[in-house]
Design a protein around this ligand. Structure first.
Ligand code: HEM
Length: 418
């Protein structure tokens, strides 16, 4: 247990505040919670209060439990969010998407895009993903400072997924920096005051973008969705409202890059710290799939938690939660629970990550998992092939993590290419 980690409050009615110490070292806090308080009341930096669930079995069961719902508009309509608990998102159109929907809406929304993300469809993207990765790798030496240090996050882990998802969706290249900034502001704000403004700008931008796709469709996924809407059978099943089109665009852009950046960034860090494993990944292309799964399990991008709320009284690990409570299911904690994964801190290729929850579980299981896996395998494998002498240029205390309790990712990753 790190000395900087917050101590547990004496009474369960007093929330545990998850602040900067938690962001820097969530795993020691999780270890303690799993043993002492597997369902713990917590307060997030945003002011949101919730119940944090940390053991594997409870998290997995919670992800598949229909009494734990995602459509927070239902919660607001039923009871209103209690003062001081904050709101998940300020713009309704941005939350009109499948990850904030419950059945039957969820199925309708997911069915519309399912086909674009099957392993077979995604495999067709491989040559383009390889090409983007190769271009970024070629350019890396040009980004080195006078000490030969390059920020691998800024110049590799970040641009790769954002380029892939924006090309797939049809987001113009000139707009990608704005998209990245809005998305960052919403998902891991350095300044929570900036959130409503960024949400408003992002919603307005996406509204204009989907309107353009409707009037002047191209050969991209957002145009396909707009066309499907206009060409629908008229029975309502395959139609998206305007808010839903914006919500879908928002979810795909944000989910399609925020997490994958961290798979590549945090994954590269784990490999740079384990030269023997890195050497195996470099030499043995066939090992890369299993390595990516283990990296996802060991320190995955949705490390903090995913949100749900109780639609009725639910008992988890002996704690009774009344209806209307917000629940955080911690995927990162579940995936490092020694009750499920022996010696969880070890990146173990034989285990190959089997059974991990990094992509969730149940009806909201990550739609983009095949794409994320492809990007992870290509990005990490090609990096090590191309720069076999690459080393970390920072000590553990010099690494800064993004200020988010829900997602886990580095702010920068300084390396020497060797
Ligand atoms: C859902 C993780 C990459 C699109 C989810 C969920 C998780 C997750 C944990 C479920 C959240 C919940 O149950 O509350 C990840 C990780 C990724 C990744 C770790 C990268 C390593 C992607 C990519 C896309 C994507 C590349 C591309 C479009 C989605 C969508 C959903 C989702 C649309 C919502 C599915 C639904 O509600 O049915 N992801 N994701 N993700 N992800 Fe991913």
């Amino acid at each position: 247990m790190s000395s900087a980690a917050p101590t547990l409050p004496a009474s369960s009615s007093e929330p545990l505040r998850l602040g900067d110490a938690f962001v820097q070292d969530p795993h020691s806090v999780y270890a303690r919670l799993r043993d002492e308080a597997p369902v713990q009341r917590v307060a997030l930096p945003s002011g949101l209060e919730a119940w944090l669930v940390t053991r594997y079995d409870d998290v997995r069961a919670g992800l598949a439990d229909p009494r734990l719902a995602k459509d927070f508009r239902r919660l607001r309509a039923a009871a209103g969010i209690r003062p001081g608990t904050g709101r998940p998102l300020a713009q309704d159109s941005l939350s009109s998407h499948m990850l904030s929907a419950d059945p039957p809406d969820h199925r309708r929304l997911r069915t519309l895009v399912n086909q674009a993300f099957t392993p077979r469809t995604v495999e067709r993207l491989r040559p383009r993903v390889e090409q983007i990765a190769a271009g970024l790798l070629d350019a890396l030496p040009g980004h080195a400072d006078e000490d030969g240090v390059v920020d691998l996050l800024e110049h590799y882990a970040l641009p790769l997924p954002i380029t892939v998802i924006c090309e797939l969706l049809g987001v113009p290249e000139a707009d990608r920096d704005d998209v990245r900034r809005w998305s960052d502001d919403l998902l891991s704000p350095e300044d929570v005051e900036a959130v409503p403004q960024s949400a408003g700008e992002f919603a307005a931008y996406l509204g204009a973008l989907v309107a353009t796709k409707r009037s002047d469709p191209g050969d991209d996924l957002l145009s396909g969705l707009a066309t499907a809407t206009l060409g629908g059978s008229g029975d309502g099943d395959d139609r998206l409202s305007e808010d839903e089109q914006v919500g879908m665009a928002f979810l795909l852009v944000v989910a399609g890059h925020e997490t994958t950046v961290n798979l590549v960034g945090t994954g590269a860090l784990a490999l740079l710290r384990r030269p023997e494993l890195a050497e195996r990944v470099r030499a043995d292309e066939a090992s890369r799939g299993a390595v990516v799964e283990e990296l996802l399990r060991h320190d995955g991008p949705v490390n903090g938690a995913t949100l749900r709320f109780t639609t009725e009284e639910v008992e988890i690990a002996g704690v009774r939660l009344p209806a209307g409570e917000i629940v955080l299911l911690s995927l990162g904690s579940a995936d490092c629970d020694p009750r499920r994964f022996a010696d969880p801190a070890k990146v173990d290729l034989e285990r190959g990550g089997a059974g991990h929850l990094a992509f969730g579980h149940g009806i909201h299981f990550c739609l983009g998992a095949p794409l994320a896996r492809l990007e992870g395998v290509v990005a990490l494998g090609r990096l090590l092939e191309r720069y076999p002498g690459i080393t970390l240029a920072a000590g553990p205390d010099d690494l800064r993590w993004r200020r988010s309790v829900l997602l886990r990712g580095l702010r920068e990753l300084p390396v020497r290419l060797g």
